[in-house]
Design a protein around this ligand. Sequence first.
Ligand code: UDX
Length: 434
Amino acid sequence: MLNILVVGTGYVGLTTGTGLAELGHKVYCIDKDLSKIEVLNNNQIPIYEPGLLELVQKNIRENRLSFHNDLKPYIFNTDIIFLAVGTPENEDGSANLSYLYQAVRDIISCNITKAYIVIKSTVPVNTNNNICKIFQQELPDAQVEIISNPEFLREGFAVHDFFNPARTLIGLNSDNAKEIIEIVYKKFIEKNIPIFFTDPNSAELAKYAANAFLATKIAFINEISDLCEYYNANIEDVATSMGLDDRIGKKFLKVGPGFGGSCFPKDILALNKLSVDANRPSMIVSAVIEANRIRTKNMSDKILKILDGTIKRKKITCLGASFKANTDDIRESPALKIIEELINLGSIVNLYDPVAIENVKKIYSNKICYFKNITEACDDTNAIIILTEWEEFKGFDFASVKDIVLNNVIIDLRNILNKDNIIKQGFKYYPLGI
Ligand code: UDX
């Protein structure tokens, strides 16, 4: 069991810190945001992440997890430090590393003599090397090893993904670092979860490459879906048959309104910037960025066409606002981009989302009409648009609202409903690619 300091209590930091505590380590989570620390010290969590609250409460109870807003009192009693701060995108698409370098300066200001520092945040290639140089300059006598350990956690499934990683990816330069990392992830190694060691640059690039490839799969299937509509083919059958080939794999071939979230859009821009900086502009990555950018516009055009080109002053019911189901995160949400377009075209948007409404209100306030359930959101509506793939939407009995809608149109941008059933219930049903 190690004493571990985790800097940053966002989606990645909180899940990682709690997961490491559950693995048996004693974890001190640090965040400068006092409001977050207050929520956490009140036995609550500041984010929506299925299963995480229970795990946080369990590890606090078992005295393996605590939350603080200053690392100084804990750093000298720490075996290893994880940096899990945000690396949002800059205007030019590069990764904003200001929070990361602030955390590095905070550690240096403690005048540590020895430290293992793990970069959990997604960072551009050479960041590990650059942080090594900073420590060599600022604390030349200190023994500091910088380890890269990118995360592959999906929001909404982060707890599952932490304990069931496809691989633990480690970039390091020394055997000492390897030893301590094997102690951190001892229980994963005992479960034969692959732990892959490489150099820091390869680990940093592998993270961007993995996310960009997954984003490419999504942009690709969305493009094929448009062809299915033109050639009267069925995207679900095309995707399923493709996925039977294990060289392709069946995951991340689900058609939708485009990819969003705090990772894919940012990471694919950062990778593109790395390509430009390397004077090797990527044709593929830049095409995926553009294809995803126009996807939400194409979706709004599709909605407009289905509603005969006029939605001015018409009520439109939107189900879902977050960038995908099982999260309240609305960052880069395609659903919100489509909702914004509908508002700009003059429609009255009735919105229901199981968990993200409060986050939407902070940005759109009374530009949108908010509802607590699907039925009320459908009252008097000209169309029901499904924007995220919540189980609640899949299981809803749309026949129950047939008599209160003005226009029995359902536009399903996630293909989650059964076409035959919906049509039998008297709706005009518009999925993607079918
Ligand atoms: C992603 C990566 O999956 C994860 O490994 C990485 O660590 C962080 O970024 P996340 O952004 O939480 O995770 O969501 P993910 O489930 O990957 O979905 C990303 C976007 O792609 C969402 O907007 C989702 O709706 C969309 N998507 C995903 C599709 O449109 N089709 C798919 O088949 C899968």
